[in-house]
Design a protein around this ligand. Sequence first.
Ligand code: IPD
Ligand code: CA
Length: 272
Amino acid sequence: MDDLLSRIVGIAKAAGRMMITEKTVDIGNKGTKENYVTSTDLKIQKFLRKELTAALPDSKFMGEEEDDPDVPDTYSADDLIWIVDPIDGTANYAHGIPMSVTAVGLVKGGEPILGVVYQPYLDEVYYAEKGRGAFCNGAPIRVSDHPKERGIVCTAWSCYNKVRAPLCFDVSQSLYRTCEDIRRIGTAAYELCLLSKGAADLYFEANLAPWDYTASACILKEAGGLIESQYGSIRTDRQCMIVAANNAENLEYLKSVVHGTVAKHPEAGITF
Ligand code: IPD
Ligand code: CA
């Protein structure tokens, strides 16, 4: 591991541990009852902003819990931007379900070039740098070779924009008939790490923000997986519909299901 990556792994672990060590947690929401924010989210993000911008002094920072999120329409080729989710799986955290992660991604010119995801309850840290492979707790990880019939699908039903839920239910129904089974774990960043290590095989969400997937996209690509949005390649500057899979055949299958289903759900407002 090079110096920068090892420093960021240390920072992400220190940040994620706060989920366990915080004694008092204030729980609020961001507009809808499903969309939680806690005092721990805010504390972790403040810590990450300080540590990450100190690690790379010319970098910019974008986190989920900003008062005024600075989501640029376009990145210049030279911009180095940290894209951070202090707690991915905040609803799990607020309900006491021990399944949440801290996710730290670094993008250059809009492309993820480094990703670290830490699950503090399992003490699992996933990390990758572009071109250098993907790892979990020091061991290399790789996507599975499962065909879709043996595939575990991770997905969700657009909990913050329920207009898209019928689309998601229909996609789930089609996938459930063909694939082995479905999981809704509640943290997109971690689910994409499960795909990266071969524990899950296909992934679909209708509505994700860059902080949900940027770190994991770097890890997944380095583990041999594929991830796209409705724009083709993923975008790190806007909300996206995300499809991901262990191989090209399963990604094509998933895209054909999603495209066919989107055509029946104009209310979802997704165009390709
Ligand atoms: C959410 C989680 C959830 C996914 C949502 C995300 P948050 O992030 O990743 O699994 O279904 O789309 O927004 O709000 O817990 O940081
Ligand atoms: Ca998130």
